[in-house]
Design a protein around this ligand. Structure first.
Ligand code: UD1
Ligand code: MG
Length: 467
């Protein structure tokens, strides 16, 4: 039997997002919104999570969860029609076997484990404890109404407020609750849709618990409770998340400068330096002592220790091993693997190419579908001609080989160990180990020809200018 189950409400229509994508699947700092409360619940020890969704998003949410939290104890319950938060909890509570239940909203990504721990700790013998916050602008939120002794009486929704005094109440309901399961079940059975929205409000369970003196509200920090109902709040929440993530890495010993945006799922090693204008996205990791310079975009990639990624480089679904140097202005496309100490310089594009330790391609090259051996040197302007219009073909360059500048390597082809390809060669046949490959038109010099050529060209230009 589980001791604490979390119910995450994610079946609302999210109309205010004006989107074809369900609200809880919109991303902030790299994660779908619904993932934040689920992770927070798991972090505070919920041993089961029930995620309540609408029939239309069931599959989408299930696939996100299977992808992002494989094996986690999460089940999905369907709320057939979005008839309010109370009805949504009813849809989820059937599968709850624990004595206590934690309720979270799928649209509050800033909710923090520390606040949840305080909330759970405060429940004591009460029936229900909700989290509140003091807001300067409480507009739109449900207000926590208290009696003269300061005891919680009820939560009244904004639409249902009756007096100016009620509207002036700045303590709002954050939409996060912990309750005794049995009492909550009873309360849910008694909630009606008799209100301005015609919905079954979960907040009515607060008044029912308060009737017996069993409701409590404790205040959390306002920033942590922001609910995402529209795109502007999504932007606000994301800004706060990026700040929070940066602070976490800074405290752990990395330098995060300026407005660098590091997604929630990124790992950063100590002494890493991440400059302004960098975006590190998805499931990426940055090794200890690595430096990611201004303007780089790194997505789903593993960057090793002491790697230097110079300004404005783009790295996607790739791996860069310890001590390698990338950029400036390099583009590592998916399945690039850059070995230890290798150099990929400016205006070099790689794709599905493995560059072994110490190999170098310092300037202006396209290296697609290839393997470049240890210590090989690929000159400026080298192109792997990997595509014949129908199929991709492989280029293999042996260890220690030298590829002269402006060479075209027409795949499929193999260049042997310590081979030498002369500048400007079009390689169409395999090159044996230690061989020299040269394929270019022989040079011819015509003595004294330059002044004669210039005179002729000048005369032609002058003739053209005359009216
Ligand atoms: C709710 C609270 C309000 C609180 C605010 C905090 C109620 C009645 N009101 O209002 O007191 O101040 O959150 O952010 O609870 N949902 C469902 N099924 C439904 C309706 C909603 O699953 O039928 C889900 C939504 O997906 C969302 C959450 O419940 O994740 C909250 O719903 P929302 O419509 O955003 O409620 P608020 O108006 O924000
Ligand atoms: Mg909301």
């Amino acid at each position: 039997m589980s001791t604490l189950t979390a119910i995450v409400l994610a079946a609302g229509l999210g109309k205010r997002m004006k989107s074809t994508l369900p609200k809880v699947l919109h991303r902030a700092a790299g994660w779908p919104l619904v993932l934040f409360p689920i992770r927070a619940a798991l972090e505070v020890g919920a041993d089961a999570v029930v995620c309540v969704v609408s029939p239309e998003v069931k599959e989408g949410v299930a696939s996100v969860l299977a992808n992002e939290l494989p094996g986690a104890p999460i089940t999905i319950a369907v709320q057939a029609v979005p008839r309010g938060t109370g009805d949504a909890v009813s849809a989820g509570i059937d599968s709850v076997t624990s004595e206590r239940v934690l309720i979270l909203c799928g649209d509050t990504p800033l909710v923090r484990a520390d606040d949840l721990r305080a909330l759970i700790g405060a429940l004591g013998d009460h029936e229900l404890c909700l989290m509140s916050a003091l807001l300067d602008d409480p507009q739109g939120y449900g207000r926590v109404l208290r009696d003269e002794q300061g005891r919680v009486v009820e939560v009244r929704e904004h639409k249902d407020l009756r007096t100016d005094a009620e509207r002036a109440v700045r303590e709002v309901n954050a939409g996060v609750y912990v309750a005794r399961t049995a009492a909550l079940r009873t309360a849910l059975g008694r909630i009606t849709a008799d209100n301005a929205a015609g919905e079954y409000y979960l907040t009515d369970a607060v008044a029912l618990a308060a009737g017996g003196g069993g409701a409590l509200a404790i205040a959390g920090h306002a920033d942590n409770l922001l609910g995402v109902n529209d795109r502007s709040q999504l932007g606000q929440a994301e800004t706060l998340l990026y700040q929070r993530i940066a602070r976490r890495h800074q405290v752990a010993g990395a330098s995060i400068r300026g407005d660098a945006r590091i997604d929630a799922g990124v790992a950063v090693g100590v002494d890493a330096v991440i400059e302004a204008g960098v975006a590190i996205r998805g499931k990426s990791s940055i090794g200890a002592g690595a430096a990611i310079d201004v303007g780089c975009v790194i997505t789903d990639s593993q960057i090793g220790e002491r790697v230097l990624v110079k300004p404005y480089s783009v790295v996607t679904e790739s791996r860069v091993d310890a001590g390698a140097q990338i950029g400036p202005f390099a583009h590592l496309r998916p399945a690039s693997e850059i070995g230890e100490g290798a150099h990929i310089g400016n205006f070099v594009e790689t794709k599905k190419t493995r560059v072994h330790a110490g190999a170098k391609a310092n300037h202006l090259a396209y290296l697609g579908d290839g393997e470049i051996g240890e210590g090989a040197n690929v000159g400026a302007g080298t192109i792997f001609c990997n595509y014949d219009g129908f199929q991709k073909h492989l280029t293999v360059i042996g260890p220690g080989a030298f590829i002269g500048s402006d060479s075209q390597i027409v795949a499929p082809v193999r260049i042997g160990r310590d081979a030498y390809v002369a500048t400007g060669t079009t390689v169409t046949k395999d090159v044996p180990d230690e061989a020299l490959a040269i394929a270019r038109v022989a040079q011819e010099n015509k003595p004294g020809y330059a002044p004669r050529l210039k005179a002729r060209l000048a005369a032609a230009a002058a003739k053209k200018k005359k009216p």
